[in-house]
Design a protein. Structure first.
Length: 279
């Protein structure tokens, strides 16, 4: 733990509680609700300790091929309640992309969402994951505004936060992006940065978002990657004061990853150790 003078004062006056999950991870919570504006408290998590299908009280699925391959011309079919594509085992959520024909597609995968289960406005979000390798394999940890399905809003006015994307065309090049009506990939104005991580597919890393009314910062293992500021010009550039939900998925092919698929990389697996949300 890194200490600052502020942190030291809080430790003196605030009751902290450390607990451990089944994997031995320490989880910090704060029992004094008066400190919620000063120190973030764990408000939602999934430690993936119960084997089987993902917890239905926390996760739902996007199913099928979406509109034009989920707007990206993706090549996979996302399944629902399939242990072949999404399961909890050994203390991890395991998402798997397969070469498997279904729904007119050559590949299946899973896209888990907290939409309708949980969403957040501001806070700190950490997803600890190990991502798959392979050209054309497109794992993502990202967020969308709850109002995306409102016909008067939709994408990109709802806002999109990409904590992590990787395509395999540049192995180890991890990208983070922010999309809004003013700044998005269709216009070529999205806010994006990337970092090289040599062991991206062999080790777990923390993909993190710190977000308040003034700015958001995306980090990997506490190293800042991308910061985006509220410019005060309204929802076209800052739609991020409304609730946003989380998505975890592996796409196969698409506008971002390209359409050359390394079939030797299949099945491709993304392992998620935990998801934690603090406010």
């Amino acid at each position: 733990m890194r200490f600052s003078p502020t942190t030291l004062i809080l430790i003196v006056i605030a009751p902290f509680i450390f607990s451990q999950n089944a994997k031995g991870h320490s989880i910090l919570s704060i029992s004094n609700p008066l400190l919620i504006d000063t120190v973030k408290k764990l408000v939602w998590s999934d430690e993936f300790d119960i084997p089987g299908l993902p917890n239905k009280s926390k996760w739902a699925y996007d199913i099928g091929t979406g509109n034009n391959g989920w707007g990206n011309n993706e090549l996979e079919y996302y399944t629902n309640d399939s242990l072949s594509n999404a399961k909890v085992s050994g203390g991890y959520l395991i998402l798997t992309a397969l070469q498997q024909k279904l729904g007119g597609r050559e590949y299946t995968s899973a896209r888990l969402v907290t939409r309708g289960k949980a969403s957040w406005t501001h806070g700190r979000i950490i997803v600890r994951a190990k991502i798959p390798k392979g050209v054309g394999i497109w794992p993502a940890i990202w967020m969308l505004g709850n109002n995306i399905d409102n016909k008067d809003i939709g994408w990109p006015l709802c806002g999109e936060i990409d904590l992590m994307e990787h395509t395999g065309t540049k192995p180890g090049n991890i990208q983070a992006s922010i999309h809004t009506k003013s700044n998005n990939w269709i216009l070529g104005t999205q806010k994006t940065d990337s970092i090289y991580i040599a062991d991206y597919g062999d080790a777990f890393h923390d993909y993190q978002l710190d977000w308040d009314k003034n700015k958001m910062t995306i980090s990997i293992d506490e190293k800042k990657l991308l910061t985006y500021h509220n410019d005060g010009k309204g929802k076209n550039s800052w739609p991020f004061d409304d609730p946003i939900y989380l998505l975890l998925n592996i796409a196969v092919g698409g506008n971002y990853s390209g359409f050359t698929i390394d079939k030797k990389a299949l099945p491709a697996k993304m392992l998620v150790d935990y998801v934690r949300v603090y406010q």
